[in-house]
Design a protein around this ligand. Sequence first.
Ligand code: GDP
Ligand code: IMO
Ligand code: MG
Length: 430
Amino acid sequence: MSKVDVLLGLQWGDEGKGKIVDVLTPNYDVIARFQGGPNAGHTLEFNGMKHVLHIIPSGIFHKEKINVIGNGVLVEPFIFDQEINDLRKKGVEPTENLFLSKKAHLILPTHRMLDAANEQSKGSNKIGSTLKGIGPAYTDKIARTGIRIGDIMEFDFREKYEMLKAQHLQMAVTLKYDVSQFRIGDLTLEEYEQKWLASLDTIKKFRLINSEYFINKCLDEGKKVLAEGAQAAMLDIDFGTYPFVTSSNTITAGVCTGLGVAPSKIGRVMGITKAYCTRVGAGPFPTELFDETGSTLCQQGHEYGATTGRPRRCGWIDIPALRYACMIDGVTDLFVTKPDVMNNFDEVKMCTAYTINGKDTTEIPFEYNQVEITPHLKSFKGWKQELSGCKSYNDLPANLRTFLYEIEQQTGVNICAVSISPDRKDVLFK
Ligand code: GDP
Ligand code: IMO
Ligand code: MG
């Protein structure tokens, strides 16, 4: 019997999960998403082509591998339909190797409307949501009022849909939100709803399964399963910088509930960190840089949201946050991405501790959002060299290896590979 390996983000998202899953896929039989939804944007690059996935797992470009959208994921049919069309334009036909859990919840048009209404009502305290309806749809799941993929096939689907929609429209009134101003692109709510309803037909053409049985059967047969995380530890609903978080458990524990596998069936836990740090949306970010170095990281790293296009906030790598993520996730192997973005830097810094109210700490405090945090920055000599010529880990410049060694020492986790470009081929395993 085999176990589920896990790959997830350790910062505030966009660490390069999509790229690494794509690279690891040849070693697995099944790739499964376990949480999140179209708030994710996972970028893959190979053969000069760039592709961004939102709901569909990043193993989809390998046609002999099964990709599963697990019960913990939220599916927005209109976005799903667009993703399928984008894949078809690139010559990928996913109907045979993409399965959806019947228990995955749907994001309704009015969930997206409510996301906008909630954000508007928060004024200057906005979360900076991707506005894909994530918060309202998970709220309905927990309130036991949500609608699941399997319900699409039921005779009373439309009745359930209309009831929930009516509740949402009532909530918009309470929030004093003018529904007539809501748009998805150029579409009004009614126009978007028509497209959303039509997209349900696309979903019906896929295999809708009890994914918990499917995954556990695969494990019993000795097949290899990789769980692909979305968002990251510091955006986790319980352990992230609440309330500036997403609405799911993004951590390893989320694999158990989001796929229906027991904790004893979790194998390796691969965590990803950038060699620096980014965050998109509001919330605390102790190592954020507001100077030229910050804008260089943003420009060189092309740090613009893969889902929303928003510029990402940039700063130095944050070890207290990384160590916290490794602890909560039980990380066994580290992947480090994007050191190449700092190739021209004279010096590279790492935050090793915080000062809060005059006291030094290496822990993430409960009051993370309320207090002023001064990062302790340790400086390293830059490597001042292109990395494109490096074909193995040992080819990496000595100054970069010193920096990477310090990450291992500080987190207590070994680095198993370093990524040095957006392309699939540029991952150097140790
Ligand atoms: P994800 O959400 O974790 O899958 O990450 P995103 O796709 O949102 O953002 C990562 C970005 O960095 C994408 O544009 C990737 O193409 C790019 N990327 C990934 N790894 C590397 C790397 O090692 N070097 C550089 N320069 N870019 C990378
Ligand atoms: P991937 O999988 C980065 C952020 C949003 C916002 C907060 C809540 O590509 O790493 P939500 O739409 O979930 O209600 O937004 O979480 N956020 C992400 N930031 N990468 C993501 O996904 C994110 N998904 C959500 O910017 O601050
Ligand atoms: Mg992303």
